[in-house]
Design a protein around this ligand. Sequence first.
Ligand code: XMP
Length: 516
Amino acid sequence: MTERLHKILILDFGSQTTQLIARRIRDLKVYCEIHPCELPPDEIKRIHPDGIVLSGGPMSVYEQNAPACSSEIFSMKIPILGICYGLQLMTKLMGGKVSPASSREYGRTEISVIDTADLLAGISTKEPMVVWMSHGDLVEAIPDGFDVLARSESSMYAVVANRSKDLYGVQFHPEVIHTIQGAKILANFVFNICHCRPNWTMESFVQRSIEAMRQQVGSSQVVCALSGGVDSSVVAALLYRAIGKQLHCIFVDNGLLRKSEAAYVRDIFARHFKMDLTIVDASERFLSRLAEVTDPEVKRKRIGELFIQVFEEQAKKIHRVDFLAQGTLYPDVIESMPTRGPSATIKSHHNVGGLPERMNLKLIEPLRELFKDEVRQLGETLGLPASVVQRHPFPGPGLAVRVIGKITQDRLKVLQEADFILQEELNAHDLVRKTWQTFAILLPVRSVGVMGDERTYEETLVIRSVTSQDGMTADWARLPYDFLARVSNRIINQVKGVNRVLYDVSSKPPATIEWE
Ligand code: XMP
């Protein structure tokens, strides 16, 4: 019998830092889930959280269509922590007063702590506490039954509590690192006030997830598109642990992969996991479908369609398949929550979209609750080698979106060789973990060079390296000059077809990580 999973529910009012609240609470080994703020009380009862956090949000509580939660939650006898907008909304719904601040508080602010009984336990009352504020409105009068635990120069009510109802509110953001004692405040809420146990560990996740998947799958067969990337590798390893031979992995070699990738995947999975793995070499089909294509979206669409076709052909050879396993992560789940507005399609991302309906398959998404770094931890717990678990993301359409212009065997080979050198040097200089992604792009731009006494006229290679939390935004990595010099030198000397190497210094936005 596994212990009940203690959990915190986060109601999202649209703040940029809502995911950070979840990250911080999970760092405390307490499970938490983010839901849209208007989650009905019945749903909340079903989730049965040990505590609720109301996130911040960009609006004013008095604006038309300002997001709100049901006021019923304040009498459910579940401890609640309102953060910024969350506090202002709680104040308004419980009969207090919120008004526009005469001077807005943004950024670093000092507050004086008065009461350290619970939420602020362990925090000094002698020195000011540094917090990070970001608000235009201010609580002007607190509802009946509330006490003040801390105040700032411009905000009488920086931290408040109604202890008889277990309601707490902070005007600042404890989830951001600039709030020096922020993690302590969240820990106080989660452990002292909600009485959670820190039982969200990868081992407990593996145990619960295996039980759930066995129940869901029964005696059916499951197919999984293994790409060799972190997410699909972890899905496969986890499912293999749960259902062994009922899992069938299909790896499509589309000819657009890193150098020696198919052999690498075969080695890791066939040797270490003994799972049913089919490797399909469809590279010629992909290359002929891409001949003469230069438009990025056409490349992506053709690769996506052909991938589905090849995968379906293979999957049909397996009998009685009912499920398709996918490596959907928690940020994807949050992004597709109904409260988030539709965002414009910048690029057609290609995974296995469309397959479940076409083949009438049900989905298994065992990583739906996890953030990327948790997936990596999980991979390690399941015994995947560090070389897989720490891998950088690789796009579904592969090198097709990194060979700019026409895709030919020769140009692909040039990019593969150059990228191989780059990856080798990254490993040698221990830079893999320090960057989110580092890769090469081949441009159809020729320039003149001189090698020995010979004139050369070859194409241009770009190195792209970025730091990022989740791939949604990114900054170009400040790689050491010596490293860049070495990589450039090796590539120009060892890869025929390239005589110039550039470094991409664009952040996202306005650029994207991939070039196409
Ligand atoms: P962009 O280029 O949109 O990329 O800034 C953001 C992240 O997504 C990866 N990427 C993809 N991943 N299928 C994927 O699974 C795709 O079609 C795809 N396209 C881009 C990209 O490498 C980066 O990590």
